[in-house]
Design a protein around this ligand. Structure first.
Ligand code: GSH
Length: 157
């Protein structure tokens, strides 16, 4: 969704190929050949294959520096742009996945609720951090400038 939204924002042409998770298409041999993790999304650009949504966003925006969707390379905002993308990917999105799919983290049913509760505590913490950042330093994640990181936040939210 974040990659899709970025393409719309940039106004570039792209082909969107649906991988139907309900049909487990992400685990098909054809898909695993391009993304061995069996997860969406995957970008194919000029024969180059890139996976991980945050990495895809960084890569795409690097192709369009004139878009203004990445902060100046010598600014603090550039550091914050990386910081929030990596943190959302590793911490917020991971907790959201644990909350939505506790069965991926434990065997059997007995501890599912505990995994969900722990994930919920982490989500509450993360949304609290984001609430503070956006309230005190917004309107966007890095401050005054809309960046690709906001598209990632929107997707997870
Ligand atoms: N860190 C990865 C997470 C990707 C991910 O978890 N994708 C989910 C959908 S949101 C997926 O493909 N789930 C299917 C599965 O796990 O089989 C990213 O940001 O690209």
């Amino acid at each position: 969704m974040a990659t899709h939204a970025i393409f719309e924002e940039l106004g570039v042409s792209y082909e969107l190929i649906e991988i139907d998770l309900a049909k487990n298409m992400q685990k098909s041999p054809e898909y695993l050949a391009i993304n061995p993790n069996g997860k969406v999304p995957t970008l194919v650009h000029e024969g180059r294959v890139i996976y991980e949504s945050a990495a895809i966003l960084l890569y795409v925006i690097d192709q369009y520096p004139e878009s203004g969707l990445a902060p100046d390379i010598h600014s603090r905002a550039r550091g914050l742009y990386y910081q929030y993308l990596f943190w959302m990917s590793s911490t917020l999105q991971e907790a959201a996945n644990r909350w939505a799919h506790p069965e991926q983290y434990v065997s059997g049913d007995s501890n599912l609720q505990q995994v969900k509760d722990n994930a919920n505590d982490m989500l509450t913490h993360c949304w609290g951090v984001l609430e503070k950042v956006l309230t005190n330093n917004g309107p966007w994640l890095v401050g005054e400038q809309l960046t690709a990181a906001d598209f990632h936040l929107f997707m997870v939210a």
